[in-house]
Design a protein around this ligand. Structure first.
Ligand code: BEZ
Ligand code: FE
Length: 307
């Protein structure tokens, strides 16, 4: 095999054997790149770039992509970047569908056995969720199946964590987040920032979430189609729960019995996070929570590890 290159003196393309420097076929090229990183001041950055170089080179040696394939890969990554906006993060989505987000969560989630398991953040979290009082309804539109979500935030030893903060967000019954439909949904629909009471208790109203497809109108959608994969996520509600002196957890609760629990497009389901949304026919409890009877009720505790 030969490659074209431009000599250092000007524009005449020359044809030289790919292995002219004796680097490509053996490990010489890889070691030359690794060696070029030796003056990286930050040792962690050096370690990351060294491993990245070795893995990328091993990938190319194993798969031997054609020039056209490599150009297509570069084009795909370019389009992924160009699809990103202030409200859309196609690179996070790519990381999600390749299972990398979940892997990064797992290698960082060194929590004790009692702690609530973490899962992916996803691209629809807002840094500013609307502050709401306990018991408020985060479904500002209505029309869905009424639901109460309640429980406690606890330390690993079972002690309640008064004043714990719960940042909650979910898609509407059609499967869209408010930020995806700024002309349809009011801002803050499906979102709330709650503070647990003096016993660590929380409760809020919402509608039962539905499964929904992740966005498929960009490069990630094209990848899913090319690989015959569906884009759906099982029904879930997102939480980030934090309390003083404890490690925050980013997690979901998944609706037991939802479609796609066994084939989440972003590989984020953990068995411990699947919760019953129990059909409840109890007029006095419904009155207490301010929902129409009958209603669905999800009850669970969230457990945080000390820092
Ligand atoms: C989400 O649940 O909001 C989500 C997570 C990963 C990719 C797309 C959406
Ligand atoms: Fe979601």
């Amino acid at each position: 095999m030969t490659t074209e290159s431009t000599d250092t003196t000007g524009s005449t393309p020359s044809v030289r054997p790919a292995d002219a420097a004796g680097l490509t076929a053996d490990a010489g090229l890889t070691e030359a790149v690794v060696d070029s990183l030796r003056d990286t001041a930050d040792p962690r950055l050096r370690a990351l770039l060294t491993a990245l170089t070795r893995h990328l080179h091993a990938f190319v040696r194993e798969t031997e992509p054609t020039i056209a394939e490599w150009e297509r890969a570069i084009g795909f990554l370019t389009a992924t970047g160009q699809t990103c906006t202030d409200t859309r993060q196609e690179f996070i989505l790519l990381s999600d569908v390749l299972g990398v987000s979940m892997l990064v969560e797992s290698v960082n989630g060194h929590r004790g056995p009692a702690a609530t398991e973490s899962t992916v953040l996803g691209p629809f979290h807002l840094t500013e969720s609307p502050v709401r009082a306990l018991g408020a309804d985060i479904d500002l539109v209505g029309g869905g199946e009424p639901c109460v979500v309640s429980g406690r935030v606890l330390a690993a030893d079972g002690t309640p964590l008064p004043g714990a903060v719960l940042d909650v967000w979910q898609a509407d019954t059609e499967g869209y987040y408010d930020v995806q439909q700024p002309d349809v949904q009011p801002p803050g629909n499906g979102r709330g920032l709650f503070t647990a009471d003096g016993d660590g208790r929380f409760w809020f109203r919402t509608c039962v979430p539905s499964p929904y497809p992740i966005p498929t109108d960009g490069p990630v959608g094209a990848l899913l189609r090319a690989t015959g994969r569906h884009p759906f996520r099982p029904a879930h509600i997102h939480f980030i729960v934090s309390a003083a002196g404890h490690t925050p957890v980013t997690t979901h609760i998944f609706v037991a019995g939802s479609d796609y629990l066994d084939s989440d497009a972003v590989f984020a389901v953990k068995e411990s996070l699947v919760q019953d949304f129990t059909q409840t026919d109890d007029p006095s409890l419904a009155r207490e929570f301010g929902v129409a009877n009958p209603f669905r009720h999800a009850r669970f505790d969230l457990v945080l590890e000390p820092v």
